[in-house]
Design a protein around this ligand. Structure first.
Ligand code: PLP
Length: 484
C-alpha cells in the first residue's frame, strides 16, 4: 500500500531546510532536493511514499512552483524520486543503497569509522568468565524444553531483588524477562495502545521508542524537555490532563538524550496525575545504574504507584552489555501474565544461556557497575575537554549520569554536520532523530562511551567539518554505509 505525505507534513519534516549552512552558495531547488535526500537517508521520510503535488508543496513551503519542479527533477536525476505521468512521484533510493528504517544507528562494520551514533559501551571484563560459568549451569536446564515465556525463575528473582533493594518491594511474579528494554517497550505498547490512540512522550526522546509507538500507529504528543533544566512539571502534568493519553513514556533517570534526572516530587505528582488521567505510565529505567555525580538517587517511580499505573522497563544493555539482549518489565503479576501471552506471537522466550550469564553478572553487580561508572566519568571528562578546546561555542548542561551529552550547537546545522562528518569518518545521530517534526536541528547527542582518545579525535574531526560548513562547502550526498 502506498502512503501519501501531504505538503504541510513534508514542510514540517523539512524544518529549517532553507537556512542550512552553505545554503547561500546553492540555489533554492538544490537546497530543497538536498534536504529531501537527508530525510530519506535517516529514515524520517520512508521509501515508497507518494510526494505532494508540486503546487501543494510550493504553497506549504511558501516558494515558487518552479523551484519545487526543479527540486523534483534533481531528485529524479539522482534516483531519489520516480514519477509517472498522472500518477505522481514516489520516494526511492539509488540501487544498492539502504536507508534507516528505525531510529537506531547501529555500529557499522567499518572499523575506521568513529561511531558516535550509538550510546552503548563495550562489555565488562567479567563477561567472558560469566559466560563460561553459565555454560556449567546449563545442564540444569537441558532436560527441559527450554521455553520460559516469563523468564528463568532465578533471573526473575535476581531482578526482583534489584527493585526491592531500590525500595520498591517486588516479587519474581512481577518480572517478565525480555529481549532487551526495546522488546519490553514493544510488548507493553502492543498490549496497551490500540492503533490511533494518543500517547505522550518527551521531546527529545529515545528514537526507537518513537519507532515502537509509530509501528502501532499511535498518535504521538510531546512534552518538551528544557535542555538546561529538564522537565517542566506544570507543563508535563498539564499535557497529561489535556491529552489524556493511553500511555505516557518517560525516561526519568539520566534521560536519553539530555541526561537529566527527574526529581522525587515530580515523580510522585506524575504518578498521581497519570492515575487521574487514566494513562499507563511506562518508565524506562535503562540508565538507572549510571549515576555519575548524584549523592542520593530519587526513589523509583514505582514507589509512588498505588493503583498499578506504573510499568517499569529496564535491562542490562547500558551498565553491562547490549549484546546480551536482556531486559525486563516490572508490573503487576496479572499484567506480566498478559504480556507473556502476547509475547508468544513475537518470540516464545529468551535464550536460556544468556539468562544464566545475566544471573552470574548480577551477582557481581556492585563491582561491574562501579567500574563502569568510573570509566564513564573519565570518558565524559575527555569529551568535555575536547569540546572546550575545539568547539567552545557549543553549550550543554552537565549530565549527572547516563551516557550522553545534549549539545546545543551554534546554528541549525545538526543534520548537515552529521552528513559532513560521515565523510571524515565520524558517525553522528543528529538532533532531529530525537524528535518528531524535523526540529532540534540546533542539537546534537554526543555519547561518551568510546575511549578518551577516540572521543578527542572525533571532536577534532567534527570541528574541522564544522569549520568547512561555515566556509560554504556543502556536504556531498552520501548514503550512510550501515544503518539498522
Ligand atoms: C532509553 C532507552 N531505552 C531502551 C533502549 C534499548 O535498550 P536495549 O538494548 O535494552 O533494548 C535504549 C538503548 O539505547 C535506550 O536508550
Amino acid at each position: 500500500m502506498t502512503t501519501t505525505i501531504r505538503g504541510g507534513q513534508l514542510a514540517r519534516l523539512l524544518g529549517q531546510w532553507h537556512s542550512l549552512p552553505g545554503r547561500h552558495r546553492s540555489p533554492d531547488y538544490a537546497a530543497l532536493a538536498g534536504a529531501v535526500r537527508g530525510l530519506l537517508s535517516d529514515g524520517r521520510l520512508p521509501l515508497g511514499v507518494r510526494m505532494p503535488a508540486e503546487r501543494e508543496l510550493a504553497e506549504s513551503l511558501g516558494i515558487s512552483r518552479t523551484t519545487v519542479s526543479a527540486a523534483y527533477r534533481a531528485l529524479r536525476e539522482s534516483d531519489h524520486l520516480t514519477s509517472r505521468r498522472g500518477a505522481g512521484s514516489w520516494t526511492t533510493l539509488p540501487s544498492g543503497h539502504r536507508v534507516a528504517t528505525s531510529g537506531l544507528w547501529a555500529a557499522g562494520d567499518d572499523l575506521d569509522m568513529i561511531d558516535l551514533g550509538v550510546a552503548a559501551s563495550g562489555a565488562p571484563l567479567e563477561l567472558v568468565p560469566a559466560a563460561r560459568a553459565a555454560a556449567d549451569d546449563l545442564p540444569r536446564y537441558l532436560g527441559t524444553a527450554g521455553y520460559h515465556p516469563t523468564g528463568l525463575v532465578e533471573l526473575r528473582e535476581a531482578v526482583a531483588e534489584l527493585y526491592t533493594g531500590r525500595g520498591v518491594t517486588t516479587s519474581p511474579e512481577q518480572i517478565l524477562i525480555t529481549a532487551g528494554t526495546q522488546q519490553a517497550l514493544d510488548l507493553v505498547v502492543r498490549l496497551c495502545v490500540p492503533p490511533g490512540s494518543p500517547v505522550l512522550v518527551e521531546a527529545p526522546t529515545y528514537p526507537n521508542a518513537l519507532a515502537a509507538l509509530s509501528s502501532r500507529r499511535a498518535r504521538i504528543n510531546t512534552h518538551g524537555i528544557d535542555p538546561a533544566f529538564g522537565w517542566d512539571g506544570e507543563m508535563l502534568l498539564g499535557a497529561l490532563r489535556q491529552t489524556k493519553p493511553r500511555l505516557t513514556y518517560v525516561i526519568p533517570e539520566f534521560h536519553n538524550p539530555t541526561g537529566h534526572l527527574m526529581a522525587a516530587d515530580l515523580r510522585e505528582r506524575l504518578v498521581a496525575t497519570a492515575h487521574s488521567a487514566g494513562t499507563e505510565l511506562v518508565v524506562d529505567e535503562s540508565f538507572v545504574d549510571l549515576a555519575l555525580d548524584v549523592d542520593e538517587m530519587p526513589p523509583p517511580v514505582a514507589v509512588f504507584d498505588r493503583h498499578s499505573r506504573v510499568v517499569s522497563i529496564g535491562g542490562m544493555s547500558k551498565a553491562y552489555w547490549g549484546g546480551l539482549r536482556i531486559g525486563w518489565v516490572r508490573a503487576s503479576a496479572p499484567l506480566v501474565q498478559r504480556l507473556a501471552a502476547i509475547r508468544v506471537g513475537v518470540d516464545l522466550a529468551s535464550p536460556v544461556l544468556e539468562q544464566l550469564v545475566a544471573v552470574r553478572l548480577l551477582r557481581q553487580s556492585s563491582q561491574i557497575v562501579a567500574a563502569r561508572r568510573a570509566q564513564l566519568r573519565d570518558r565524559r571528562a575527555a569529551l568535555i575537554a575536547a569540546l572546550g578546546e575545539h568547539l567552545p561555542e557549543w553549550t550543554f548542561a552537565m549530565p549527572p549520569g547516563g551516557l550522553t551529552l545534549w549539545a546545543e550547537l551554534d546554528g541549525p546545522i545538526s543534520s548537515a554536520l552529521a552528513r559532513a562528518a560521515e565523510d571524515v569518518g565520524v558517525r553522528l545521530a543528529p538532533g532531529p532523530r530525537f524528535g518528531l517534526d524535523g526540529t532540534m536541528e540546533r542539537f546534537l547527542r554526543l555519547p561518551f562511551t568510546l575511549a578518551p582518545d577516540d572521543l578527542a579525535e572525533a571532536v577534532r574531526r567534527i570541528a574541522s567539518v564544522r569549520h568547512d560548513l561555515d566556509r560554504g562547502a556543502r556536504p556531498e550526498w552520501r548514503t550512510p554505509s550501515v544503518i539498522a
